[in-house]
Design a protein around this ligand. Structure first.
Ligand SMILES: Cc1cc2nc3c(=O)[nH]c(=O)nc-3n(C[C@H](O)[C@H](O)[C@H](O)COP(=O)(O)OP(=O)(O)OC[C@H]3O[C@@H](n4cnc5c(N)ncnc54)[C@H](O)[C@@H]3O)c2cc1C
Length: 462
């Protein structure tokens, strides 16, 4: 099992590697002095490579940097690779898509921060990882590593459903957020210029959101607000809109419990979102969406939030050594790959073992931050000779959702549930505290206060 690991780490003998990599059941990692990874005692610099500066990657680097003593830092070389030089604060992406927040305000710059820690940031698209040769292959060159941390997130998954990739816009990155906004605004402008009421106008003013997870729920409620905002100054010629949320499960976010689910469905219905539950999308074409019961929803605005799959780089890793389940790499309790213990996987790409509270760790920013922090501290500890006893344990702090402007639903880990304005205030405070820089926080507060004027600017409709 460990044979593949020894290629490429010429200066770390096999016994050392196998000592560093205990069986999954083993709780205590060995002391690094024993295994030779204590950086201060190595002759050559230890090469650490981090792929991805999203929630998991950034949390890794911040915690690693906090916990690694300066003298050990000099004995290692940390290279960070990402195809973009910012973190996208995805919890606010739907607000970009509905014109409430300026797109630049949800992007947190990362390159300077990484540089200020004394690490190297390289902007490159990772193509492949060769775990046998300990190399990361990018378009711009190859990067050898002794220890690799993969934090590449996930990609939108259309599950191969006919017409989705051609006719529906996913909501996963900033470009897609802007595309969603443009599509709704273009449709609205076309609709107000058509004189007669009929099917053509209906298709332009019907929005279909596919996928009733957190992103789909927040987007559909917010689209209602967007139409209301656009109609506000058009007393004579308002556009009648319809927002449909399609979910293949019988209930929305049922993993949060029946009470949460019922309440959420009621709130959305009161807001004006039409729910199509227990129905699968079988086809999307240029005119609309066809559901599993044979019905068709005519729409020119179809948005996809129905699921994710691993990054292409992760898929290319899969072979008899790397187990990819549910589209995520199965990792051990230390978040390393069982057959390649010098490779850690964190964030959406990782499937950690069952934790105390849940069957699996969810693919959320909150979980990604916890995983990044765990590996950051864990590696800093073992690299400077301390042993680390804990294994990763995910802590669920609750669910916080906005359901349109000034309304929300929260469920804390204690089971306490809040709805309405207070829940929206909690949601806002939690997320504002989490977004990284003071500038981002102030910009977003400004956008929320003057959302109406921002909408007028981006839409060109007054
Ligand atoms: C619309 C939306 C709303 C969401 N809302 C919430 C929410 O409210 N709360 C919550 O907890 N979670 C939310 N999530 C989920 C959350 O965004 C993810 O779980 C989280 O981003 C995962 O973190 P990560 O570090 O694994 O990946 P990411 O944050 O996606 O980071 C991955 C990084 O890897 C880089 N990368 C990927 N592939 C390559 C490559 N080939 N080469 C180089 N670099 C690459 C990317 O550029 C990116 O910087 C939301 C997601 C979406 C899409």
């Amino acid at each position: 099992m460990v044979v593949p690991i020894i290629f490429g780490i010429s200066d770390i003998p096999l016994q050392v590697i196998s000592k560093l990599m205990p069986a999954i059941e083993e709780i205590e990692k060995p002391n690094c002095d024993e295994v030779g990874l204590n950086v201060s005692k190595r002759e050559k610099k230890l090469r650490l490579v981090l792929l991805g500066t999203g929630f998991a990657g950034l949390s890794f680097i911040e915690n690693f940097n906090n916990y690694i003593p300066t003298r050990e830092k000099d004995s290692l070389e940390l290279t960070v690779i990402d195809s973009r030089d910012y973190l996208l604060f995805s919890p606010f992406l739907y607000e970009v898509a509905t014109g409430q927040i300026n797109e630049s305000h949800v992007l947190v710059p990362v390159a300077n921060k990484i540089g200020s820690y004394g690490y190297k940031f390289i902007r490159a698209d990772v193509k492949r990882i060769d775990p046998f040769e300990n190399k990361v292959i990018t378009l711009g060159g190859q990067f050898p590593y002794d220890i690799l941390v993969i934090a590449l997130g996930s990609e939108s998954n259309d599950y191969g459903i006919e017409g989705v990739s051609e006719n529906a816009i996913p909501l996963k990155n900033i470009e897609e957020g802007i595309r969603v906004r443009k599509r709704i605004l273009e449709s609205y402008k076309k609709a107000i210029n058509i004189e007669t009421i009929g099917d053509a106008v209906d298709a332009l003013t019907t929005v279909v959101v596919i996928g009733g997870g957190a992103a789909g729920v927040e987007l559909s409620a917010s689209v209602i607000d967007l139409f209301e905002g656009l109609n506000r100054n058009r007393k004579n010629r308002i556009v009648r809109s319809k927002v449909v949320l399609v979910e293949m499960q019988e209930h929305l976010m049922i993993d949060q419990g029946k009470k949460f689910s019922n309440r959420l469905e009621r709130m959305l219905a009161e807001k004006g979102v039409e729910l199509q539950l227990g129905k699968r999308v079988v086809k999307v074409d240029s005119d609309g969406v066809i559901l599993s019961d044979g019905s068709k929803i005519a729409s020119q605005n179809i948005f996809w939030t129905a699921g994710v799959k691993p990054s292409r780089v992760i898929s290319s890793l899969e072979d008899k050594f790397v187990n990819v389940k549910k589209g995520r790499v199965v990792v051990d309790p230390y978040l390393s790959i069982p057959s390649f213990h010098n490779i850690y996987v964190v964030g959406d790409s990782a499937l950690p073992p069952k934790s105390l509270e849940q069957d699996f760790v969810p693919q959320t920013a909150a979980a990604a931050v916890q995983e990044g922090k765990f590996v950051g501290i864990h590696l800093a500890h073992i690299l400077c000779g301390k042993s680390k006893k804990d294994v990763f344990c995910y802590r669920n702090h609750g669910v916080f959702l906005s359901v349109g402007h000034r309304s929300g639903i929260c469920k804390f880990s204690t089971g306490l549930m809040l709805t309405g304005y207070s829940a929206w205030a909690v949601w806002g405070i939690v997320h504002l505290l989490k977004i990284e820089t003071l500038k981002n926080k102030l910009d977003i507060l400004f956008d929320w206060t003057f959302a109406r004027f921002h909408l007028e600017t981006v839409s060109g409709i007054t």
